[in-house]
Design a protein around this ligand. Structure first.
Ligand SMILES: O=C(O)CCC(=O)C(=O)O
Ligand SMILES: [Fe+2]
Length: 499
């Protein structure tokens, strides 16, 4: 499931109900604990002078009575069980709606890139300045580090576990009920991360610190011996600098991250000459009274942004229609459809017959592009929702293999993309064209258009693009993919590979 789409949408009503239950649980438990505290204070007072309490028959009676009958009453009182049962029952009711383990791990993965939770890098303007600064607790940092650790990403696990260790140091001794991890866990994982990064001396000193807290741990004692030996043998003396992991899907990772962190490249002066804004009627009666507001964004690849392409009301209708059908997005993997780390979002398809708004949108796309959307020349409307951390790593919209399921429609490859932003995004989420080196920020209600294929039918390599991670807010887009067949007159072929 989408990392935080769920968490955000996850029935806020359900979450409120859950908070209410927790509040009443706390209230009930406090009133249950009140007599327990009084009981403790009384027994404690009686115990002040143990000798006196035994010597004084009244005190002795009082103490024995409390220990004999009051104690079990207080301790075995089933009020505690009843309170917890009510809390558990409440949780079961909304469990489906609450973020699950996958959401939590996804969220951890999403924040992993934002070291220290700061949305900026030295020397650059902030990407996002939230009104309030949320800081993570040691246990939170441990969780993020653990997710990186479990995937063998020691570059990030070290950064996050270092943070966890120093936060645990600050709070050492004060136990938080909600903490699942401890300083020892963080030291243990951090030591192993350093070992994997060939920094043996760090691994050794962290393991030694671990043993100060838990001297009987055999495994860590063995590690200490092993690290000492390795150091004696001269290994790990010069630790190599940590490498950020480069996933196989992400050969273009640096360019992608750079573009997402510094939105929008500057066109070169020569290109600037060809960029313009215009009102377009395209000889279409649909556009005579309200021409399309076209902004040429880039020349090669040809990318145009049509402002105010839809209205707020239409955008809301589409989100409402799609909402109940959204599912974690899948991509074609051989014959099968699979979830992929590189596309974190939820999506669904809408036929133009489901609502007049979808039909009207199709008509507007036809008017503005002049292309034919008649089945099977175009796909249904795809609605995509990215939650916090949602993103789509660099990809082509067109098929790059003749075996692609896109050809099942028997209408050729995807010649063009029309992508409409249904929402504004507080931070992040721009659409980055990796090789062309520019990005388009999310402009609510605007439609982005580009050709995926050259006129000779080959895929245009310059269209490699990505949806940048959403840093704050909720991003909604719709895609309309138009196929080659049916567009022969509107976009005639050319043998020139540069056309
Ligand atoms: O969301 C974006 O900005 C890009 C989405 C995209 O490229 C796609 O859905 O194919
Ligand atoms: Fe795309």
């Amino acid at each position: 499931r989408d990392v935080l789409c769920d968490a955000e949408r996850a029935g806020s009503a359900g979450r409120r109900a859950q908070l209410r239950r927790l509040r009443s649980y706390l209230r009930d438990e406090s009133s249950r604990l009140r007599p327990l505290r009084r009981f403790y204070e009384k027994v404690q007072a009686l115990h002040q002078d143990p000798e006196a309490s035994v010597d004084n028959p009244l005190l002795a009676f009082s103490l024995i009575k409390r220990l004999h009958s009051d104690w079990p009453n207080i301790i075995y009182n089933d009020e505690a069980t009843r309170n917890t049962q009510a809390l558990h029952a409440g949780l079961r009711e909304v469990e489906q709606e609450l973020p699950g383990a996958e959401d939590l791990d996804g969220a951890a993965r999403a924040v992993k890139g934002l070291a220290n939770g700061v949305f900026q890098r030295a020397g650059h303007p902030p990407l996002y300045s939230p009104g309030w600064r949320a800081s993570l607790f040691a246990d939170d940092c441990f969780h993020v580090g653990k997710v990186a650790y479990d995937t063998g990403d020691y570059y990030h696990s070290i950064a996050w576990l270092e943070e966890a260790v120093s936060l645990f140091h600050l709070s050492y001794g004060s136990w938080n009920l909600e903490d699942r991890s401890s300083l020892e866990d963080a030291l243990d994982h951090l030591a192993f991360s350093y070992f994997m990064a060939e920094n043996i001396s760090h691994a050794l000193s962290l393991s030694r610190e671990f043993l100060r807290y838990d001297p009987s741990n055999q495994r860590v004692s063995r590690n200490v011996a092993k690290y000492k030996k390795l150091l004696e043998m001269g290994m790990g003396a010069s630790a190599r600098p940590l490498q950020r992991p480069n996933s196989t899907h992400l050969q273009t990772r640096d360019a992608y991250e750079e573009l997402c962190q510094h939105p929008r490249g500057q066109p070169d002066p020569e290109q600037l000459l060809h960029l313009s804004c215009s009102y377009e009627t395209n000889n279409s009666p649909f556009l005579l009274l309200q021409p399309a507001k076209k902004e040429m964004v880039w020349i090669q690849p040809h990318v145009a942004l049509y402002h105010d392409f839809i209205t707020d009301a239409e955008a809301e209708t589409i989100k409402g229609l799609a909402g109940p059908w959204l599912q974690r997005s899948v991509v074609a993997s051989g014959e099968k459809q699979q979830k992929a780390e590189y596309w974190i979002s939820k999506s669904t398809w809408l036929k133009d017959t489901v609502d007049p708004v979808v039909h009207a949108l199709d008509q507007r796309i036809i008017a503005v592009t002049g292309l034919d959307l008649w089945p099977p020349y175009a796909e249904y409307l795809q609605v995509v929702n990215y939650g916090l951390g949602g993103h789509y790593e660099p990809h082509f919209d067109h098929a790059t293999s003749t075996k692609s399921p896109l050809y099942r429609m028997k209408s050729g490859n995807r010649i063009a993309t029309v992508m409409i932003y249904l929402s504004a995004v507080e931070a992040g989420g721009s659409t980055a064209f990796i090789y062309a080196n520019f990005s388009v920020p999310v402009v609510k209600n605007a439609a982005l258009f580009w050709w995926n294929l050259r006129r000779n039918g080959n895929g245009d390599g310059d269209t490699l693009h990505a949806g940048c991670p959403v840093l704050a807010g909720d991003k909604w887009v719709v895609n309309k993919w138009i196929h080659e067949h049916g567009q022969e007159f509107q976009r005639p072929c050319s043998a020139d590979p540069h056309d």
